[in-house]
Write a protein that binds this ligand. Structure first.
Ligand code: GTP
Length: 598
């Protein structure tokens, strides 16, 4: 395709503002799929995505559109995820485009992720076409939203397209606007090949599939290419695009987006941000790379049934084939047995992986309390260690200081809920940086320790604001804090899976909460069981589970020998689901419930 007939764009939006629905409409309108093939939300092809309505993996579709000028254009539409955990995928998709459709819900207006995404888009010098979606809703206020786009973002919204992705209103106007407003890509067909590796994933039929954006030169089937960053060479065996069905091509020219396969076995060998060039006539220098993503939230995943350990290992390895952004290594816990310590981009990412393991691989799992990565400065020039697991915390007298990651959060919230949101931020050690008002809503900027956010901040935010608050964040680096390891002791024995790192100031509240919950969750025994939260040797909270009454036991275990034996057998079976803690049995559910609530 000649350069001037290509348009590369993505859709950016806050979650639920209708990005995927709009993408489907655009595919339908350009004939990418027949009506019959048009299942709902074709871009979200994983089962979970459909159920959750979240786009997890960015996808790209090539559309053929004949515009009002009579010319046929090739439109490459990149779908991007809207959730904060996947901001990184948004960023790399944006780098492959010249423009973006900014979708804003006509009833909701500009939200936290609208802003975060649009700023990224502006950073990539994109031409931005505002689309006000859901104008079919009775609560739609397109004029108000236009004003918001102008006031808050500073974009001209006078030509914003009014649309309803659901009812198919404004779709033709959007396609016209893409052709007229978004610039064609630039590139040199005669220069040595330079292509950007935008994404890679594992496909059971094709192997590792690599999504590329060609900058200069041509990428051909049969070509030997060098991955400049990795320093490896591969023979390209397929070139193609998604319409959204797969279509094989002979080559991809400058400005084009498509996929290649090159008999690569492992996604880790096709790193996002790498530059592909011709092995025989290489480009002088690589494209500026992307920064590597690092997992920020860690937790342990353990099988409920110890016999499932190998199955868990296999399942995790398979998932990892498609998602190089999560990490795992083996972990053992006295309470939970063999499992894995896993790292994720955020809490949602954690939940998605956990859910896929449960559903697609039919595994029963226990997830330990999520933890961030702490930097520990050791005494006597012992250097610095990164702590991913509270269980590995060094002895306190070897620790000079502990630092934790901080974030800057932007929160949008209707005025009436502002008070409780500010209190929430305060309780989580937040530092207010800014507070402004836009049309009945407040925009609050806070610095917060990530540790205080990973537990249940998002849930609390949503429930305190009846779902109206929106939230986005980015990391701003490490800061020293008064952090301590809090252990939970059941009948004087520390339970490793329940230990966590907390700020000294909030330790008591956390400890008391955990003890109270465990008291509810652990069944009574023949003796009384103390439950304690402790820092070092000092107990900061305590509850006691009282002993079972004698007559109850008498009743239980009384009677003739056969009945007694039956009862014992039953108990044994029941015990399979218990974990022995010294002389105390803790039901699996107790761990799960205690950990759920952080
Ligand atoms: P994520 O993929 O989760 O980021 O969300 P999204 O922005 O892709 O939103 P999605 O397309 O999944 O739409 C969210 C909800 O809004 C769905 O229930 C859609 O049916 C609905 N929706 C989308 N467009 C419209 C519209 O024009 N009008 C109305 N009334 N509802 C819409």
């Amino acid at each position: 395709t000649p350069l001037d007939k290509i348009r590369n764009f993505s859709i950016i939006a806050h979650i639920d503002h209708g990005k995927s629905t709009l993408a489907d409409r655009l595919i339908q309108a350009t004939g990418g799929l027949s009506d019959r093939e048009m299942s709902e939300q074709v871009l979200d092809n994983m089962e979970i995505e459909k159920e959750r309505g979240i786009t997890i993996k960015a996808q790209t579709v090539r559309l053929a559109y004949t515009a009002s000028d009579g010319e046929t254009y090739t439109l490459n539409l990149m779908d991007t995820p809207g959730h904060v955990d996947f901001a990184y995928e948004v960023s790399r998709s944006l780098a492959a485009c010249e423009g973006a459709l900014l979708v804003v819900d006509a009833a909701q207006g500009v939200e936290a992720q609208t802003l975060a995404n649009v700023y990224q888009s502006i950073e990539h010098d994109h031409e931005i076409v505002p689309v006000i979606n859901k104008i079919d809703l009775p609560a739609a206020e397109p004029e108000k939203v236009k004003a918001e786009i102008e006031d808050v973002i500073g974009l001209d919204a006078s030509e914003a397209v009014l649309a309803s992705a659901k009812s198919g209103i404004g779709i033709a106007e959007i396609l016209e606007a893409v052709v007229r407003k978004i610039p064609a890509p630039r590139g040199d067909a005669t220069a040595p090949l330079k292509a950007m590796l935008v994404d890679s994933w594992y496909d059971p039929y094709l192997g590792v599939v690599i999504l590329v954006r060609v900058i200069d030169g041509t990428l051909k089937k049969g070509q030997l290419v060098t991955f400049m960053q990795a320093g490896t060479q591969h023979l390209v065996d397929r070139v193609g695009c998604f319409r959204p069905k797969i279509e094989q091509l002979t080559d991809l020219g400058p400005g084009e987006i498509g996929f290649i396969t090159a008999q690569i076995k492992d996604v880790a060998m096709a790193r996002v941000g790498d530059t592909l060039t011709d092995a025989k006539r290489p480009a002088a220098e690589a494209l500026p790379g992307f920064k590597e993503v690092q997992p920020v939230v860690f937790c342990g995943l353990f099988p409920v049934d110890a016999n499932d350990f190998e199955k868990l290992r296999e399942s995790i390895s398979k998932l990892r084939l498609n998602d190089a952004s999560f990490s795992f290594e083996m972990e053992t816990s006295a309470a939970l047995g063999f499992g894995f310590r896993c790292g994720f981009l955020g809490l949602l990412h954690l939940e998605i992986i956990q859910e896929r393991l449960t559903r697609e691989y039919d595994l029963d799992l226990i997830t330990t309390a999520p933890s961030v990565v702490y930097q520990i400065q050791l005494t006597h020039g012992g250097g610095q260690i990164d702590l991913h697991n509270p269980a590995d915390m060094p002895d306190p007298n070897r620790i000079e200081s502990i630092s934790e990651p901080w974030i800057e959060a932007t929160i949008y919230v209707p005025d009436e809920y502002l008070g409780s949101i500010l209190k929430l931020c305060q309780d989580r050690r937040g530092i207010q940086k800014n507070l402004t008002y836009v049309g009945g809503r407040a925009q609050a900027t806070y610095e917060l320790p990530l540790n205080e956010v990973v537990f249940d901040f998002y849930d609390r935010l949503k429930s305190l604001s009846k779902g109206y608050a929106s939230f986005d964040y980015h990391q701003i680096g490490y800061r020293e804090g008064d952090l301590v390891k809090m252990s939970i002791l059941v009948n004087e024995e520390p339970v490793d899976a329940l230990s966590m790192i907390v700020h000294r100031g909030t330790a008591e509240v956390r400890g008391r909460g955990m003890c109270e919950r465990l008291k509810e969750l652990i069944p009574r025994h023949l003796f009384k069981i103390p439950i304690q939260a402790a820092i070092g040797g000092k107990v900061i909270a305590r509850e006691t589970i009282s002993a079972m009454r004698k007559d109850v036991t008498a009743k239980c275990y009384g009677g003739d020998a056969t009945r007694k034996r039956k009862l014992l057998e039953k108990q044994k079976k029941g015990k399979a689901k218990m974990r022995e803690y010294g002389s105390v049995s803790i039901p699996q559910e107790a761990f799960i419930a205690a950990l759920r609530m952080g």
